[in-house]
Design a protein around this ligand. Structure first.
Ligand SMILES: Cc1ncc(C[n+]2csc(CCOP(=O)(O)OP(=O)(O)O)c2C)c(N)n1
Length: 640
């Protein structure tokens, strides 16, 4: 497609110069550009396609960056990026050094709030509105939140607070009926009834007319049906719940009609208090493959635009996610107490098969990680064995529930933490780098990390035998490709596994670092440096006995983990040795204590010295530069 208008837009001011009647053409170009770039570089597609008209209408109506547009989650803000001076850099999105996949304040003044974890927009926007009023300034604040965004407590807390503070703030509810999967919950049901309530209203009027037309009995029959009409009252007054909470409710309106959007935005723009504009959109709008398969086209790898087929190299091994999902089904087959919980991520966490096979024992609670953990706690109180499958990064939101509820009550809940470690293109908001630290700080918590997908199965089975809370953290993507044992083993808690023995160096590796460390050890051996490699298995409890023996025997210890170095596995090994009075020379290989950007995982692993070459080089450098625990320098004929 030739981009007649898009190439002229370097800022919202340029957009405003385009005649209003030409905006549908701009929408077409914007959609085409989104599809063509994302098909080549991957990224979030369907949500951005759904808000093309809304994005244009917002930038046409408001005056960003003076006016603050706060996108919830932000994966739908690609169009916003393109219209705000980032069109030419758009093909770099989610790549190392390129644009972020989410709004980021450091990237552009048009990105008013960093987002990616859902449900934060209303609260952030309310803070801005309050600051505006305290400073005596006058700008608009707009929060754009999806229907699934309303399943999260934070969003409801924001609505609650905004309803009392009565600040001038426009909340745009982008209702596409979808989270990543179809949206869930009672609020979703209510929104549905609002949208379909209009049709219902027309229908009831027709029905009333018909009843009245019954000769002689008509009026009496109508009185008898009054109850029915009363119970449908909330349907007849759309948005009544929001009105009761202190909002001016406007809608529902068609989010793909630029005309309607512009008219309504002009009307609501200067309303003095909180306004909720209910906009109905279709996820994936304008690209038939995404309209048909919105879940698949939520986040995509490269694909063929004409066929909608994904270019995916055949996987060498199953993903950790799928091995987890299958293992949980096998275990649930044998134990009816097992229930699975997801916070709006049933595909992402591999629970879709469980959902089909055990629908009564599967719970998608919406984007509600805090509730998910307390819900699990309640289930565990009554003897069930809940498994809450949550991405490492999203569990951060439920830390208090894990600490206050699971740990203090010592409840046997399994936390299956997917996407632990560096996740890649989604970047700093999504890297799962802190779980080892925040979970191991909690008394009674068992924290495991499997070296491969087979061990993940055994850890899951082990966790389901425990009498208290436990977490298993495993990485994004494919497993190692090891054979899967047909049955399950119960691992001894706090016992590490010795994988390779010998030499003057002991490498203690955790989870995803075990295989790279084994490979690095093999390369070191080829250079004449022998080492012992331990699969630590447990971050908590540490295998203190083995660690102390190794520290006493070996000249050098190396710890390796795919998590932050601040308070991590290595730090805790050092604390243990300090407490035991064992002098040691320890190299800690971990993710540095700084914000880790987005980029391909292999690139980031290499950058932070977490790949095989990095591990080998850092060990070589360490042993040649540091005195050993015996206070002497490393001497090896073959070592450079
Ligand atoms: C706290 C948190 N949990 C889970 C996710 C994963 N996630 C990303 S997008 C999404 C669905 C968002 O749906 P909605 O808010 O309706 O926006 P839409 O994509 O429909 O525009 C989910 C669950 C997240 N970003 N944040």
């Amino acid at each position: 497609m030739e981009y007649h208008y898009l190439t002229q837009i370097d800022s919202p001011d340029d957009l405003k110069r385009i005649p209003r009647e030409e905006l549908p053409r701009v929408a077409e170009e914007l959609r085409d550009y989104l599809i063509s770039v994302v098909s080549k570089v991957g990224g979030h597609l369907a949500s951005s396609l759904g808000v093309v008209e809304l994005t244009l209408a917002l930038h046409y109506t408001f005056d960003a960056p003076r006016d603050k547009i706060v996108w919830d989650v932000g994966h739908q803000a690609y169009g916003h990026k393109i219209l705000t001076g980032r069109r030419d850099r758009f093909p770099t999105i989610r790549q190392y050094g390129g644009l972020s996949g989410f709004p980021v304040r450091d990237e552009s003044p048009y990105d008013s709030f960093n987002v990616a974890h859902a449900c934060t927009a209303i609260s952030g926007a309310l803070g801005m509105a309050v600051a505006r009023d305290l400073k005596g300034e006058d700008f608009h604040v707009i929060a754009v939140v999806g229907d699934a965004g309303l399943t999260g407590g934070v969003a409801l807390e924001g609505i609650n607070n905004l309803g009392t503070l009565q600040k001038k703030l426009l909340v745009i509810l982008n209702d596409n009926k979808m989270s990543i999967s179809p949206n869930v919950g009672a609020i979703e049901g209510y929104l549905n009834r609002i949208v379909h309530g209009q049709a219902y209203h027309r229908l009831t009027t027709e029905v009333e007319k018909m009843i009245l037309s019954v000769p002689r009995l008509g009026p009496r029959l109508l009185r008898l049906s009054k109850d029915l009409v009363d119970s449908a009252k909330t349907l007849l007054i759309p948005g009544m719940v929001f009105e009761e909470l202190g909002f001016e409710y406007v809608g529902p309106i068609n989010g793909h009609s630029i005309e309607e959007l512009l008219d309504v935005l002009a009307r609501v723009k200067d309303l003095p208090g909180p306004t909720l504009l209910h906009v109905v959109t279709q996820k994936g709008k304008g690209y038939p493959h995404a309209e048909r398969l919105p879940v698949k086209f939520h986040g995509v790898t490269q694909f063929d635009v004409s066929t909608g087929a994904f270019h995916k190299a055949p996987a060498k091994a199953p993903t950790y996610t799928s091995v987890f999902g299958k293992a949980l089904c096998e275990l649930a087959e044998r134990d009816p107490r097992i229930v699975a919980i997801t916070a709006a991520m049933s595909e992402g966490t591999g629970l879709d098969e469980f959902a089909k096979r055990f629908p009564d024992r599967f719970f998608d609670v919406g984007i509600a990680e805090q509730h998910a953990i307390d819900f699990a706690a309640g289930l565990a109180c009554e003897g069930m064995r809940p498994v809450a499958a949550i991405y490492s990064t999203f569990l951060q939101r439920a830390y208090d529930q894990v600490a206050h509820d699971l740990c203090l009550m010592r409840l046997p809940v399994t936390l299956a933490l997917d996407r632990a470690g560096i996740v890649g293109a989604d970047g700093p908001t999504h890297h799962g780098l802190y779980d080892l630290v925040y979970l191991s700080a909690l008394p009674g918590m068992v924290v495991m990390a499997p070296k491969d997908e087979n061990e993940l199965r055994h850890m899951l089975a082990t966790s389901l035998q425990l009498n208290g809370p436990s977490a298993i953290r495993y990485p994004r993507g494919n497993g190692i490709g090891v054979p899967l044992d047909p049955d399950f083993k119960t691992l001894e808690i706090g016992k590490a596994e010795i994988l390779r023995d010998g030499g003057d160096i002991a490498i203690l590796a955790l989870g995803s670092m075990v295989y790279p460390c084994l490979e690095a050890a093999a390369q070191l051996e080829a250079l004449g440096v022998r080492s012992t490699v331990i699969n630590a298995r447990f971050m908590k409890p540490l295998d203190a006995e083995l660690i102390c023996v190794l520290a006493a025997e070996k000249q050098f210890l190396v710890t390796a983990e795919e998590g932050t170095e601040a308070g991590g596995f290595g730090a805790q090994v050092c604390a243990l040795l300090q407490d035991q009075g064992i002098p040691a020379s320890v190299l800690r290989i971990a993710v540095p204590d700084r914000i880790i950007p987005h980029g391909a995982p292999n690139l980031l692993h290499a950058k932070y010295g977490l790949d095989v070459d990095g591990i080998r080089e850092r060990i070589q450098r360490f042993i040649s530069e540091s005195p050993s625990r015996f206070g002497v320098r490393w001497r090896s004929a073959s070592h450079p």
